[in-house]
Design a protein around this ligand. Sequence first.
Ligand code: ADP
Length: 364
Amino acid sequence: MALTSKHLHDALRTVQDPDLKKDLVTLGMVKDVVQSGDDVRLVIELTTPACPMKDKIREDIDGAVRAKAIEAGEPLGKLEIEFTADVRTANERTREGANPLPMVKNIIAVGAGKGGVGKSTVSANLAVGLARYGAKVGLLDGDIYGPSVPTLLGLADIPTAARGNMLLPFEVHGIKAMTLGKLVEPEKALVWRGPMAHGAFKQLATQTDWGALDYLIIDLPPGTGDVPLTMSQLLPLTGAVVVCTPQRVAQDDARRAVRMFQQLGIPILGVVENMSHFVGDDGKEYDLFGRGGAQSMAQEMGLPYLGGMPIHMQLRANSDAGTPLRNWETPALGRDIDALCQRLASQVSVQALGGFVQPTLSVR
Ligand code: ADP
């Protein structure tokens, strides 16, 4: 005798996805149960390849199946657990078809109350980081007044290309990217006014041949101007990330950005605290700007906190050089970006299930 399929499903029913707070069978995550003699192979489909809970889920499945074998008095040979991922769509309107980008599963805006807090840097690294996990990712430089994606991704020597009336995105560092910075003279980009800004953003978003994407990250201009309004009317947003530095004044600006997204009906996926502290050569940590400020703001406003990024010299250097993948050559930096990507991806998965669970993200 061996464990039956019912035994295995019963065991999997006791294992919860820690973010989604439901069991794997109910969530439809059990894709295959293959038995050969006493050996068992389980294929579990996650909602994102960047799932931060993969190890925990693996441990829980292992424990549950072994416990079930003991309870049933059946032998258990080799237990193999394989993970796949199918990123789910979080937006109602995407499902209903009123969407100019039907092949994009999740659109995530990254905003900030003011310039210089690292919004573009965070956007680019979230995009590249999610792609490193195996997701299909696009980055739209919506900062039409001061596009920085050409620098951040090193696009200077890459020619622009179009097919028919569609722009072909730049395919670099594992992602697809589009920016106005490669289409108009940099000085001209600064003078967009309301209707022009609307038109420029619309064209970039909808006349780029993105193809199928799991995540499209939109780097918004700082503050609360025309572009977020256009964006919210045009695209079915999954939600927004707000980047903030720890200082009190930065938080006040970030609060305004949060309220703007809320007024536009865009869920807040979380707050990122950039430049949270600085680690010296001696390994000592300096809280230059008052580490934890953005995290407290997130808590006060009842928003998920996605994590922080210290000031890293390598991050600045790799951003200036347009070589984001080199950030992962500095292990501490790579870990910080990966953690942000994982928490963001799980917030998107939570939204995909209707946003009915409160996040319980553990933070440092
Ligand atoms: P924003 O988009 O908010 O205006 P940027 O992303 O352009 O800000 O960042 C401003 C500058 O700060 C850039 O030179 C960037 O490389 C640098 N920077 C951002 N975050 C960090 C960080 N955590 N460590 C070091 N430099 C950073």
